[in-house]
Each structure stands twice: as C-alpha cells, then as structure tokens.
Write a protein that binds this ligand. Sequence first.
Ligand code: BGC
Length: 741
Amino acid sequence: MRICYLFILFLLVSPLAAQVSVPDWYNAGHEAHIDSLLSIMTLEEKVGQMTLFTSDWDVTGPTIRKGYEADIKSARLGAIFNAHTADYTRKLQKIAVEETRLKIPLLFGYDVVHGHRTIFPIPLAEAGSFNPDAAEESARIAAREAAAAGLHWTFAPMVDLVRDPRWGRVMEGAGEDVYLGEVMAAARVRGFQGKDLNDPFTVLACVKHFAAYGAAQAGRDYHTVDISERVLHDIYLPPFKAALDAGAATFMTSFNEVDGVPATANKHLLTKILREAWGFMGFVVTDYTSINELVPHGVAEDEAAAGQLSVKAGVDMDMQGAVYYNHLRKQVEDGAVAMRQVDEAVRRILRMKYALGLFDDPYRYNDAARERENILTAEHREAARRIGRESIILLKNEMQTLPLRKDLKRIAVIGQLADSQVDMMGAWKADGQAKDVITLLTGIREAVGKSTRIDYVNVPAIKGSDRTGFDDALKAARAADAVILTLGETWEMSGEAASRTDIGLPGVQDLLVAELTATGKPVIAVLFNGRPLAIPELAEKATAILEAWYPGTEAGHAVADLLFGDHAPSARVPMTFPRSVGQVPLFYAAKNTGRPLNPNDKYTSKYLDESNEALYPFGFGLTYTTFSYGNPTIDKKSITANDRVTISIPVTNTGQRAGTEIVQLYVQDVVGSVTRPLRELKAFERVLIDAGQTQVVTFTLTSDDLAFHRQDMTYGTEAGTYRVFVGGSSQADRVVEFSLK
Ligand code: BGC
C-alpha cells in the first residue's frame, strides 16, 4: 500500500535505521493548499482543528450537547465523534461549511470496531480465523456502512497485543502473538482505508492505543505498564508498525504510562519513534480525556500544564478533554508553546480532510439514499455469516459428536445466551442493533428438519447464584437426543473497563454443566465470551465444545452452520486458554528460563498446585476431519544475511471429509546475545484439503524474519542455529534446522 520512494533516515531513538515510505494518501498538491489556509487561519481556528468533542449520542437519536453547535459555528471545533447517520452529520457539516469564515469541513469519527450496523465477530475471534482476507473484508464492509452513515473516521483497529485474559479489552485485538497481530493489523487498515482514501466508501483508520496498553499490570484496565524497552520494541510495537506500513492515517494515544511517562505526554513514543523513526505523516489523537488524566497520573500540576506536555510530545488532537480548547491559545500567545508546533498539528489534520476529498465536497459522505442502500444488506449479512463461522473454534469433539444430524428427534437448547440478541454482538457494537441479530435458537430452528423438536430452557445462570431453571433444563436434557448448552459471559463482561480476576465461567454455570453432563446425554457446549476462559472442568465434562466468541449479527446462523455440518470449523486459538487464572500471563512464545520444567526436580520452574500447560494452546483447533504431517524438508542447511530458505511439508487429510488446516511455522533462535522465545510464529497458511489427499505446503523465510533487538539494542539478526517447527498448533513437532552465517 505504501508506494513512491524509500529513503533512509537515521534515528535518534531506537538504534534502528528506519525505512520511511510515503503513504499513498499523501498528496504534495494538497500541501500548498494547506500552506495558504494556515497563513490565513487565526490561532483560535487552528486550536479548533485540534479539538474533538463527542456528540453525546444516545438511543433516542444523535444529539449534540447544547453549545457544541455554537462551537462549530465559531470554528472552535474541527471534529466530532459519536454522531452518525447521513442526515445528522450533514446538518452539522452544514454549520461548518456554511456558517464559518473559512468553511473548513468537520471530520466525523466513531468506534466502528467490528462492523457498523452489520456486526462481525469480535476482532479476537476474527484473529482466530487466521484469515487476514476475512479481517480485511469485514473492515471493508464496516467502512462501507460507516461511510454511508456519514462517518469519515473509525477508531480502529485496536492492535494492542495482550497476554493477560483478565483484561477486558482482549476482545478488541488480535490476541497474544506478534506476527498474527501484525498480519491482522495491516489487513484491517487495508480494509478500512481501501486503496484510495478519496473513495467515499472508505474511512480513515485510527491505530490504537499507542502504546503497550495491553500490558496493564494484573490485567486491570488503565493500570500501570512497566515493560522493558526490548519487550516494547520486539513484542508490543510491531503490530503498530505493520499498521503504519499498511498506510494507517491516524494513531490514538493510550491511557497508560510507558516507562513512567503517560503515553499522551510521551515524546519518546509520539515523536521519536512514531514520527522520526517510522516517518508517520498522519495525525495523532488522544484517547478520551487522556490529556486531562495527566493530572491524576501525577506528571502535570493542572490541565494547562498537561496540555502543554501533550502538544510538545506530539499530540495533534485532543479528544473530549477541552484542554487545547481552554488553554492552548493563551500558551501560544505567551510563548510557552511554539506556533510552529500548532501549525504542524493542524497541517496533519487538514491533510486528512484533504485526502478524504472533503474540501472538494464536504457532503460526499452525506447521502441518505446511499445510506439506505448500503446498510445491513443481504450481501453484508452473508459475509458476516461466513466470517462468523470461520472465527469459531472447535475445542473438543469426543466420539465425533459433531456435526449433529438434522433429523434428531429432540434437541434441548439450554442457557440464557441461546436466545439473547444483544449479547451476540459483544462490546463496541457501533450502530449494531439487537433486533437485527439471529440468535442460536433461531439458527438451530432454521437448520433442523421439521420433525425435530427443540426444547428451549432459558437458565439465567451467568449472574444468578441460585438454580433457577435447572430442573426444567434437566428435564429437557433427559428427554433429548443431544443437549446444546450455551455458556459464557454476557456482552458487557468484556470490553473497556471490564477486567475480571476470575476468568472461569461466571455464576452457577459450572454447576449447570455438572448436572447436565451427569445425565449421560451428549452435551455440546457453545461458548459466547470475549476472552479466553479458564474452563478445565468444562473441558473434561462436555462432549464437545465450540468457542463461538461473539459472532455478531449472524451469530445463530454461523454457529448452526457448524453444529449441523453444513460447514466445518477451521478457526484456531488466537490467545492461550490457561487452566487457571494463577498461570496468567501464559503464552506460547515464553522463554525457557535457566531451570526449565522437570517434573522430577523440585527446583525447576513450575507450580506446586497446577501444571505449566495451557488448557488450549495458541494455534490449536479441531475440525471434522484429521490431518497428519509428513517430514519437512528444507532447501538449504545454511544461509547468509539477505538470503532465504524454503521449507516444505506434506500435509495429509486422514479423515472422511474435506477440511481446512491452518499450517503453522514457528522458529526458535537457539542461542542469542539475549534470551529468545522458545518459538515464534513466523508464517501460516490456510489450506483446504480433500479427504485422503496430501498437499505440500511451502514457506519461505528470509533473514528479516529472524531479526530482533540484540543485546546492544541494535536491530538485526545474529549468526547461529535456527530451529523450525511446522504443524497444526504452537505445539508443532516436525522440526528442521538451518544456520545463519
Ligand atoms: C477508548 C477508545 C475509544 C474512545 C472513543 C475510549 O474510552 O479507550 O478505544 O476509541 O473511548 O470512544
């Protein structure tokens, strides 16, 4: 996506020599227009461009707080979020372009995270599809709908890598892995922004939250982050860089501190890394009131001081805090903040308004007829259903219980989530509406034959503490040929400000599992939840388990498609499921330690009361067939820098029906100048193989794939032995080795 020319910039920051390329939305012609605009703007108008306020939209319709319309009129407000629909945003845009001196159009933003009106699976689920094309497609459809509803800008993708499932926001990202995180981040940016931002069916992406928000201590939202520079650069930053390289137009700062400096005042992050090292040319917006929060963080005495720190660190736009709005003008007039700094911020913001074509036609996103035609179309629903089923993981399938026959006499469907529309969308549902959602109960009813009786029992076991509904559930189960038991979390139990210390099944769901499985009937658990759960008992007792996450508008169809075998599951675990919360953080790319686990030696790295193993490891997932791996071959035993090596492996479908395998390649750098992860995902491929057929899958690794921050913090490779593991999960056990000279 990034074209034109490359040039090398030597950094002040990381010892990296960055390759900075110019994004294709950059247009030198626009810069001249921006220069002339800047030369006639008042300071107050400039600060207005740096100000973003919410409309305080609510269910009765988008309304803006009294007074904000006056701010638009007086050119003290350049961007609005949480207002949508083509007509409403047109009304506000009209004020900006018809009633202000310079007629600078407003920018409208919204959290379109996994769909605008047609809701797709939560991003964590989509990451589990290991299908970047699917993530790109769902982002493209989200952008199409959002743009039709008057929006120019989405606050997505969230690319925060996370290794602690207690953190509620795991549902918004791609999970624990650096490489999968990079691939998904880039795919989503491509989806939202398309090939050309001037196309009115695209929106600006906003990569968030810069940076390391996912490393909140103890998984508690907004909590302190304390990680090494090496971990920051090797683990947490790469997905941001991948999003930038895919052309991301804007970045959002995070709430947390990084090495003692809150991200919103962090010049090292925002200027040294993002702009100087990476060459970012778009604009940086804060998270919601995060300039104001520099005061409780304890790095600014008051809001005025906070604003000064932020603008100097490189924050271009203040979301909702009104700090620039209240203080920046005076600070520039007093000489505390340089006009140059303000001009640069305004330039970056105007650049995006030009790129979107808003100066040519400020109403190009405000067509009510187009909105009607492009929202929740049959085609969008079909994509949500397909991507939904591609994001659901089959975790267990004893005695090939799944798929179920469609002519069973009686099926018991149990649990409150089986018929809850709102829960299927998960958090950050934008304009998603419960009434549009297909529940699992509906999906099952549509899937089975006429002669199948469905007994539904709504057991409110998630938040309740008693056994309401248990007796009816048991009765239905005893009379049934199969029990479909929905379990998990209600939608608001994950997302922002939704951290939990107990990541087991909440409420009395474990009791329900125990009683239903004791009937001896096949119990198929369908999980709806926003984070990996610690569910060893369910894993033991259920006959089959589908991890459905929150699949979105087409939830019930997507799950039923898999339950009854119209399609086969193919998704994989994007984030380790621990056995117990006490193991957290638990992730596959761990270090070996000096005393790796030895069950026979007390003084090795382990617990007294729990194993070190995951319940379901990263990359794991079953389908309705099985695969076996042959011996991998490698074309070279040794390579030099800038060289490449090719690894091939035969994969055979050993079952009775066609199936999709996600072939994964992991690398271990055996000896480094610093300790290295036991293995790291470097490549994967989704392959559809017919029953009985063998397909040879080939991967190419370059020396770039082996680079990391070495002991002296320079970025590059090291000579030595590299071990390559290929297989169907992070426990892949087919091995080849090569050396890098
Ligand atoms: C969240 C952001 C979001 C913003 C605007 C904040 O609370 O952290 O992710 O984009 O609100 O809604």
